[in-house]
Design a protein around this ligand. Structure first.
Ligand code: BES
Ligand code: ZN
Length: 630
């Protein structure tokens, strides 16, 4: 895999040269220190997997893993059932990272394999000589304690302090660090698993979970629907279950179970509302697993069991759009999946659009409008900071680690594009389209090109008076946001703008602003749109009036702490330190570390917090911050 800097041609795609939605290739410029050559992206090629599903496709996995908390190691075997796509194929290539492979066998006999040397971020290819007859092999292996997709927590790092905890995070390319497999979203597998744990602990997976399973240390799972590898997930800990609705419940450590069930009590209503508009839920139960605060993301849409950060338990349901988002993936993502990481926006853009729709259905127009404005502002912040190549929906990720390219572009720009389609054809028509789209590509992995071809054949054909392929391709292949795109607006923010302006002008004191009825979103909007520089007096006045340093809402605290760092407001620094060492969700800590790193004194604080927190952070959070903190 090349490590050259590869730049996708974001040359005006309204010209549509080489950006053909139906074409198979796209012109790009590969820029090295001394040369500029033209290469082509092979549409649909997964540049982040060594595997060979075009020749041999794995269709089912049977896992048998023992969870060893002494050595921080998963060990055991995986049986891979496969089909030859190419009858002459005699090799199966799997992805691995930091795995020790002890044996590979077929029909009970050891067979030859070669483990290549590790690429810096793709891991190592495992090439297996397939026997002439047969459709199944077994790999014996164990993981490394440093596995990038697994976090091992000591009892001290859990809420209950009595038992260790383990969870996996496979997306984007980390499943290979705990299972040797074809780690590409183009490959879908069903799976069965036996997980062996210490007796006191419970294992859960992105599969059918029985809330009443006896706690005996041996847990059996089955995922009967084919899923891409990035959705394979496991967690083990002192977990307990509480039902929320008929099909929904929550797993977590005992001490937060009731709070979580109360916070997310609307999950069942969200499920019902989504089904009504976008078609039946395909996955039987929908449960939530609330992880320890080191979980590196807000949430992860592992099928039947979304993994959720505890940092959104605010006590007032103000941050539950996260649940709507992970639930929405059950339609947009888990049933219709991106074929490659270049196409991630098909997952995240559709899901963000659906999230807004679910929030509107369950909580009303006002809530939706506020969230849409905040989302648009986050998108703008990224557009202002990212290179042009990274502002396109169908991004060129060749030679790059998908973890390094995480931004709001696939999310909010993707959602805004769909909002425009909705506004142009009308909501009823657009919903009809989405329903048909989810059905048409059910349990498939598709490329951006396949989506665009489908769109052209359906919605564009029916509404050629208002939709054009030129505009659609501009959305997908050009940087920024096209002119005249929808502009989310919220009346609830008008009073906030007024209050902020009056306070900044000195015509009103902070304590006299009428904030009693303000929603969390209004607070976020109030803080996020403050001028870059505030005086110590102004900061102290805000803090005295609203106790912002002590805010129990992790998003509000985040916005306030960011302001505090940027203005060196020392009274907030004890809280800042505590925040950084107790939360591992990268979206919340990285901007704070980044801001601190801008000054020498700030960097010292960042280093102190990072050194203290590092052992408890997830490998992904460490990787995302160590480069500029340490
Ligand atoms: N699937 C993503 C998380 C993800 C994306 C992990 C790409 C690895 C690579 C999940 O659905 C997500 O989008 N989480 C967001 C939630 C938010 C947008 C509501 C997060 O964690 O912040
Ligand atoms: Zn998502």
């Amino acid at each position: 895999m090349t490590t050259k800097l590869i730049m996708s041609a974001v040359v005006c795609c309204s010209l549509l040269m080489g950006c053909s939605p139906n074409g198979k290739t796209e012109q790009t410029a590969v820029v090295t220190a001394s040369e500029t050559v033209s290469t082509e992206i092979q549409v649909g090629k997964d540049y982040h997997s060594f595997s060979n599903p075009d020749e041999v496709k794995v269709t089912n996995l049977v896992l048998d893993l023992t969870v060893d908390f002494e050595q921080n190691m998963l060990s055991g075997s995986v049986q891979l059932d496969y089909k030859k796509v190419l009858p002459s194929a005699d090799k199966l290539v799997l992805d691995t990272r930091d795995l020790t492979i002890t044996n590979v066998s077929a029909n009970g006999k050891t067979i030859p394999f070669v483990l290549a040397s590790q690429d810096s971020f793709l891991g190592a290819a495992l090439t297996i000589d397939l026997p002439q007859v047969g459709d199944s092999i077994v790999v014996q292996y164990h993981t490394s304690p440093q596995a990038s997709g697994v976090q091992w927590l000591t009892p001290a790092q859990t809420a209950g302090k009595q038992h260790p905890f383990l969870f996996t995070q496979s997306q984007a390319i980390h499943a290979r660090s705990f299972i040797p497999l074809q780690d590409s979203p183009q490959v879908r597998v069903t799976y069965q698993a036996t997980i062996r744990t210490p007796e006191a602990l419970l294992a859960v997976m992105s599969a059918a979970n029985d809330p009443n399973t006896p706690r005996d240390g041996v847990y059996e799972f089955s995922m009967p629907q084919p899923i891409p590898s990035y959705l394979i997930a496991l967690a083990v800990g002192d977990l307990h279950f509480k039902a929320m609705g008929e099909r929904t419940g929550v797993y977590s450590e005992a001490s937060i179970l009731d709070a979580a069930a109360a916070e997310f009590a609307d999950t069942e209503s969200m499920l019902i509302a989504t089904e009504k508009t976008f078609g039946p839920y395909s996955w039987d139960r929908y449960d939530l697993l609330i992880l320890p605060p080191s979980f590196p993301f807000g949430g992860m849409e592992n099928p039947r069991l979304s993994f959720i950060t505890p940092t959104v338990i605010a006590g007032d349901k103000s941050l539950v759009s996260l649940i709507a988002h992970e639930l929405a993936h059950s339609w947009s993502g888990n049933t219709v999946t991106n074929a490659t990481w270049r196409d991630l926006w098909l997952n995240e853009g559709f899901t963000t659009y659906l999230t807004y729709r679910i929030m509107e259905m369950v909580y009303g127009e006002k809530r939706y409008a506020m969230e849409a404005v905040l989302g648009r502002q986050e998108l703008q912040a990224d557009i202002d900071n990212l290179a042009k190549n990274d502002q396109v929906l169908a991004i060129d990720l060749r030679g790059r680690d998908p973890d390094d390219v995480f931004s709001n572009i696939p999310y909010e720009k993707g959602a805004l594009f769909l909002r425009e389609l909705e506004q142009k054809v009308g909501r009823a028509e657009f919903d009809k389209f989405l329903l048909a789209y989810f059905k048409h590509f059910n349990f498939q992995s598709i490329t951006t090109d396949e989506f665009v071809a489908y769109l052209q054949d359906t919605l564009v054909k029916e509404h050629s008076d208002v939709l054009s392929m030129g505009r659609i391709n501009e959305w997908i292949h050009s940087p920024g946001v096209p002119e005249n795109a929808p502009v989310p607006q919220s009346d609830a923010f008008t009073v906030v703008d007024q209050a902020r302006a009056d306070w900044l002008a000195g015509t009103i004191e902070a304590k006299d602003i009428k904030v009693k009825e303000w929603a969390t979103h209004q607070w976020l909007y109030f803080l996020n749109n403050m001028p870059e520089k505030l005086s110590q007096k102004q900061l102290a006045e805000l803090d005295d009036a609203f106790d912002l340093t002590q805010s129990h809402n992790n998003e509000i605290a985040h916005s306030w702490l960011l302001i505090s760092v940027n203005n060196w407001y020392e009274p907030a620094f004890t809280r800042l330190h505590e925040y950084l060492v107790t939360i591992g969700r990268n979206k919340l800590v990285k901007p704070l570390y980044k801001a601190l790193s801008h000054t020498a004194e700030g960097k010292k604080m960042a280093q102190k917090a990072f050194a203290e927190a590092k052992d408890g952070y997830h490998p992904l959070t460490v990787k995302a911050n160590e480069g500029f903190v340490e």
